[in-house]
Design a protein around this ligand. Structure first.
Ligand code: GDP
Length: 424
């Protein structure tokens, strides 16, 4: 049985918490895309953690945590993160790294920085962790797979070819120092030493696990609207954020993914540039940002203040549909308890016509939000464990959202902690 936990929005929906929770009843947890550019915040019995590349299952001793082939593997970041959790008293997790995962190289990070500098005000708001240059190289077929670390001769040949190509850009586009094959080989030798004990034929491992009836959890990063195909291109990430990609990024058959838990945030937030129809500004936004998430809405990786907005039913319904959501976990609902009324964006007005369908980016740029407003519940709902005990106006908000999403809301999260969850 394979379950995926993915996001319906711009990311930061609280997937980390839901994965951490579902991890309790899983045997294997797999990261299948993305890199250490985004983060999950998890609060559990060991403390508060910001994970960027480790799967959110590393806190249980019964789970195996896997970095799938679809991930952008930053080896030093992975080891820093492992050390970070060990330092806080978490036992050494069982970790496997796909032999087909590709490696984020120091020059990917440099190219990311140089390109953002070059673009100036027109930049993509990259986290500068090398993700776009990494995936570009993967598909240009000059990426380096973990398996290639173990074939010295062909690795050297490849690295020389890479330097030849990259140094043209270094010299003529960015006017920066050239890459040296010797330095890169030294780095790769270090990486080999670090990663060797964890290297695994992950698709074979998962095949065997499935035949033994093991429960597998796929953990996505970011959300539907950041998908390179179905999101707000080009202000998207460079690997697919969809549950469907879980099959590819982990190496399992698509029909095995039976349960797609899609995490939807009870209001909107986004990091970086890009279309965001229900965005709010000024004091209204500042207050929601201050009260949002757990201690404010600031990026888990970058610390950047997140952009804030009201719940967007158009974007979220689309986000659920494109994920193939079988159920929804609605998160951070507790944050909204201070509001007198809650606007919900139920349509987009584009060129004088109202639509409920999420359009392509060129039309999205022209979209104006159409709101319906529901009354607030004006109380703190943290600590409530049964759905019926929630204030009537709060249930009305949830049920309104559920109707708009056209997917059952199976869980409502009313606090950042592992057990702050209401099942329906
Ligand atoms: P992810 O990338 O989807 O895992 O999301 P993030 O970890 O970036 O952002 C979610 C933030 O909201 C984190 O700080 C979580 O601790 C916090 N969080 C998750 N669920 C809830 C909730 O139900 N209520 C509150 N107040 N905070 C939550």
């Amino acid at each position: 049985m394979v379950t995926a936990v993915v996001g319906a929005n711009w990311g930061d929906e609280g997937k980390g918490k839901i994965t951490d929770m579902l991890g309790e009843e899983s045997d294997i947890i797999v990261r299948f895309q993305g890199g250490s550019n985004a983060g999950h915040t998890i609060i559990n019995d060991y403390g508060k953690f910001a994970l960027h590349i480790l799967p959110s299952g590393v806190f249980y001793d019964h789970t195996t945590s896997i970095i799938g082939n679809g991930v952008a593997l930053n080896i030093p970041d992975l080891f820093k993160e492992i050390q970070g959790i060990l330092d806080k008293g978490v036992p050494m997790p069982k970790i496997k790294v796909s032999d087909r995962a590709q490696i984020v190289m120091p020059y990917h990070i440099l190219f990311d920085q140089y390109e953002e500098e070059r673009l100036g005000g027109k930049s993509f708001g990259s986290t500068k962790s090398g993700i776009a240059p990494f995936y570009s190289d993967k598909y240009a077929k000059i990426g380096i797979q973990v398996s290639e670390l173990f074939d010295e001769e062909s690795l050297r040949e490849k690295v020389e070819g890479i330097c030849e190509k990259k140094n043209v850009l270094m010299e003529h586009l960015y006017h920066k120092p050239a890459l040296s094959p010797d330095d890169l080989m030294e780095t790769l030798h270090e990486y080999r030493k670090m990663v060797e004990p964890y290297v695994c034929d992950v698709s074979a491992f998962l095949y065997k696990a499935r035949t033994e009836g093991k429960r597998i959890l796929l953990e996505g990063q970011l959300g539907s609207l950041k998908d390179p195909d179905h999101g707000i291109y080009p202000m998207v990430t460079s690997s697919s954020t969809l549950a469907g990609y879980g099959a590819i990024g982990a190496g399992i058959p698509p029909y095995e993914i039976k349960r797609i838990v899609t995490v939807v945030k009870a209001y909107s937030s986004a990091v970086g540039a890009g279309e965001f129809v229900s965005e709010i500004f000024g004091e209204e936004a500042d207050e929601l940002r201050r009260r949002g998430g757990d201690g404010g809405e600031y990026g888990a990786t970058t610390g950047r203040p997140r952009r804030m907005g009201w719940f967007d039913a158009v974007a979220s319904r689309y986000g659920c549909r494109i994920q193939g959501a079988t159920e929804v976990a609605l998160t951070v609902l507790d944050v909204l308890g201070y509001l007198d009324e809650l606007p919900i964006c139920v349509g987009y007005e584009i060129d004088g016509k109202v639509t409920k369908e999420f359009p392509t980016t060129n039309l999205l740029k022209k979209a104006k939000p159409v709101y319906e407003t529901l009354p607030g519940w004006k109380t703190d709902i943290r600590g409530i464990q049964e759905y019926d005990k929630l204030p009537a106006n709060c249930r009305q908000y949830i049920e309104f959202i559920e109707k708009e999403l056209q997917v059952p809301v199976s869980m409502v999260s009313n606090g950042p902690g592992r057990h702050e969850i209401i099942y329906r």
